[in-house]
Ligand binder design. Structure first.
Ligand code: ADP
Ligand code: ADP
Length: 232
């Protein structure tokens, strides 16, 4: 479960204040797919980045599985971050490493044994349908395949939460459809909570249970996808 309480983030740039998040209240229940939609500059990236502490809030709270992220010690923050996987728009793969090594990275950082890593990475690559690509390099893959590697990496440490930052925005419509199907399968099979940000309504309609609309750092509307998008 993820909960934002009066979450506020103010950037100071060039002597000016930018309220990227302006008192966000939002609850994402365990096991649901929640989408946050808004135009460029609305605050989407900032919102998602506060959940794994890539950004700190200026005030307010982000609570993950009952723990207030802003109040935790660095050690406890590392624990919580292990429960959170992140999928990026531009995949963020290491191009000098093989597919296997990219997926193995979080497991190496978590100091798992070679045998465990071998087993887990093989499992993950099979889950995302890339068992035959283990020894290839990202440059040899299509965009959709790269995102599958990104998703496998995000799942490596068995997170309970998956954060998707415009995960399909760099993909063509057909590939987008197959990646969204994969995300839905992850949600259903592993009961992983998914928070996704996007500027595309079609993405929300396709997979989300609930949606929040963000504008100028504020949630201006939220509810079931049906209620929010079918109002006259
Ligand atoms: P979105 O993801 O919806 O495009 P962002 O969260 O990236 O929105 O940005 C929200 C607002 O915060 C924008 O006005 C943006 O210019 C500003 N902003 C984002 N990051 C920074 C930063 N590091 N320094 C200053 N302003 C920033
Ligand atoms: P983007 O601008 O594409 O959204 P970010 O600025 O969010 O990328 O991330 C910056 C860098 O931090 C990325 O290159 C990524 O490799 C790394 N990074 C941050 N958090 C994570 C994470 N949870 N898993 C993997 N890589 C991460």
């Amino acid at each position: 479960m993820i909960e934002f309480k009066s979450a506020t983030k103010v950037y100071h740039s060039g002597g000016k204040e930018v309220r990227a998040l302006d008192g966000i209240d939002l609850r994402v229940e365990q096991g649901e797919i929640c989408g946050v939609i808004g135009f460029s500059g609305a605050g989407k990236s900032t919102l998602i980045r506060t959940v794994n502490r890539l950004e700190r809030l200026s005030s307010g709270k982000v609570i993950v599985d009952g723990q207030d992220l802003m109040a935790l010690s660095p050690k406890d923050v590392r624990e919580v971050k292990r429960k959170i996987g992140m999928v990026f728009q531009h995949f963020n793969l290491l191009n000098s490493k093989t597919v296997f090594a990219n997926v193995a990275m979080p497991l190496i950082l978590a100091k798992q044994s070679k045998a465990e890593i071998q087993k887990r990475v093989t499992e993950l690559l099979s889950f995302v349908g890339l068992e035959d690509k283990a020894n290839q390099y990202p440059d040899q893959l299509s965009g959709g395949q790269k995102q599958r590697v990104g998703i496998a990496r995000a799942l490596a440490t068995q997170p309970s939460i998956l954060l998707c930052d415009e995960a399909t925005s760099a993909l063509d419509p057909q590939t987008t459809g197959s990646i969204l199907k994969l995300l839905k399968k992850i949600n259903r099979e592993y009961n992983i909570t998914i928070l996704m940000i996007t500027h595309e309504m079609s993405v929300i309609r396709e997979v989300c249970d609930r949606v929040a609309v963000i504008e100028g750092g504020k949630i201006i509307e939220s509810g079931s996808v049906f209620d929010v998008f079918s109002s006259p």
